[in-house]
Design a protein. Sequence first.
Length: 250
Amino acid sequence: MEKKIAVIGGTGIDVEGEAVSIDTPYGRVEPKATKLGGEEVLFIPRHGEDHLPPHRVNYRALLWAAKKWGAVRVVSTNTVGTMSWHTVGSFVVPDDFVEFTKSRPQTFFEEVAVHVDLTSPYCPETRRALIEGAKVAGAEVHQGVYVCTEGPHLESPAQIKMLRRFGDVVGMTGYPEVALARELELCYASICIVTNPAAGMRKDAMAATEIVDQMAKSVDILLEIIKAAISRMAEERRCRCSSALAEAKL
Ligand code: HPA
């Protein structure tokens, strides 16, 4: 058995690889086939060549492409603002999420009622590998709740005051990926890079360029974490992700 893994790369991460083109019912995806941590990896740049804004990313196509290529596990990278005073440059591996998105297709099942269980929304095995990988890479790593906003604007201080009651970090790209992965019975976990304190949790105004600037500083260790995590992922899946649809259809 092979460990075929897809990495959905967010802002500020790219890898060398062979360009591939994967057709899906939702459109074509143009990822790269590469090797990371000694394993075959499909690297899917979330925002594509034109850097689509988070609300326009074709999340269904990305996950479908990962599955069609043969991936069983998906590692996602997401930049986040901290609502919990994490150190900028530290990492968070979410164990749960809340979402406040507005306009994104959220399911592969538009015609039938399919309700996948999200009691453990992120794959526990894949999360564990990422946390261990982060420790091996010498990174500061935390767990916590990811809050997904619609964007594309950054949040207002009052929004952050409200969202802090719901979670620890805020980003715009973690949902609906997490739920779509479950619908395809893929193991899915995210490694979030803390690029800034969220709006209002700082004296000064926020600039989107801070996110890119911090990512430039964090990308090397992020890649180290991903490689170390991949080399720790078991071939056999003992989690429940692979049978997510078994009791989900009405
Ligand atoms: N808010 C939303 N998304 C983000 C942030 C933020 O502060 N930082 C990085 N992505």
